[in-house]
Design a protein around this ligand. Sequence first.
Ligand code: NAD
Length: 339
Amino acid sequence: MNKNQTAKAILTPMCPEDAKTRNIKITVVGCGQVGMACVFSIVSQPICSELCIIDMNDKRALGEAMDLSGGSPFTRGFPRIVSSSDYCTSAGSTIVVVTAGARQKEGESRLSLIQRNVEIYKCIIPQLAKASPECIFVIVSNPCDILAYVTMKLTGFPSNRVIGSGCNLDSARFRHLIAQKLRVAPTSVNAWIIGENGDSSVAVWSGVNVSGVRLCDINPSIGTSEDPEKWNEIHEKVINSAYEIISLKGYSNWGIGFSVAHICSVIVSDAREIVPVSTYIKGCKHGVDKDVYLSLPVVLGSNGVLYIVKQALSQAEKKALQDCANNLYELQRDIKLDL
Ligand code: NAD
């Protein structure tokens, strides 16, 4: 019996099998804790029609693909899942999410991972770019600002098509903690963390508002060490949360998984939502003239970063952002890309 005979009996073809389809394919590279949290969040929503998992450990990638596929009838719009250790399998991706690489050990900073992960990127990024020359890269491995810059250099892609997950998760944690203190829903809090995804990130206290009411108009010392209400502890908690989670469970994954799925859904639906992700900001805004990636609010759509939003920052916030840029630039200068 021809293996397609049953399908042929049930399904009447109305167009050729090889007709061009509107396929949205997302590849996630690295099926460790972070990669699988991204995959899980993506497949739980109807974001793509095909999902490709790539890992150097092809057995593990296949196991993950099989495990998830079995649950497909329980979700909406579940994509076809393929897996491989061969980068050719990622061909034709709309978005490539890169989580492959070493993760922080307990107490280790994101920045100390630079050289280990740059070496991995030198090997994998050119292959991914060759397989999907029109894709948008979403860089998650740490330090994601520097690795997004490395990806832009390795691929020669325009900067709008290389994005770092940046401060999207930090901003979400910031909103969550402010919301807890105000006893409102996090979605009702407008608040942004910008700059480096890490220890020197910048909390934009001058812009935090609920329903347009700026908290700094009520409490002018908000976010400073003089503030009797100690709102600045919230930013410290955001910075420390990754370290705390790693010390408690060994890694962090669920928050970043939700954050990456959100970035992907905004891109594929061309939603033009404003999201704080890491983007190439040289000469763009706030007096930063360094050749670096940093998080700022950007308008995201199907071409990636469409616009950078110029926030009205205080002098202290601008200075902190410039310090972030200088700090990253110094670290980045020593990277050897052998281009
Ligand atoms: P993990 O060790 O669980 O997984 C890493 C995966 O990468 C492994 O499955 C490994 O086989 C794979 N890998 C390594 N080298 C590879 C290569 N050359 N080709 C293909 N696959 C390769 O680590 P994790 O906890 O998933 O963390 C992954 C990265 O994400 C780390 O760099 C971590 O610091 C980062 N991270 C970023 C954020 C963020 O906010 N941007 C948050 C959490 C973690």
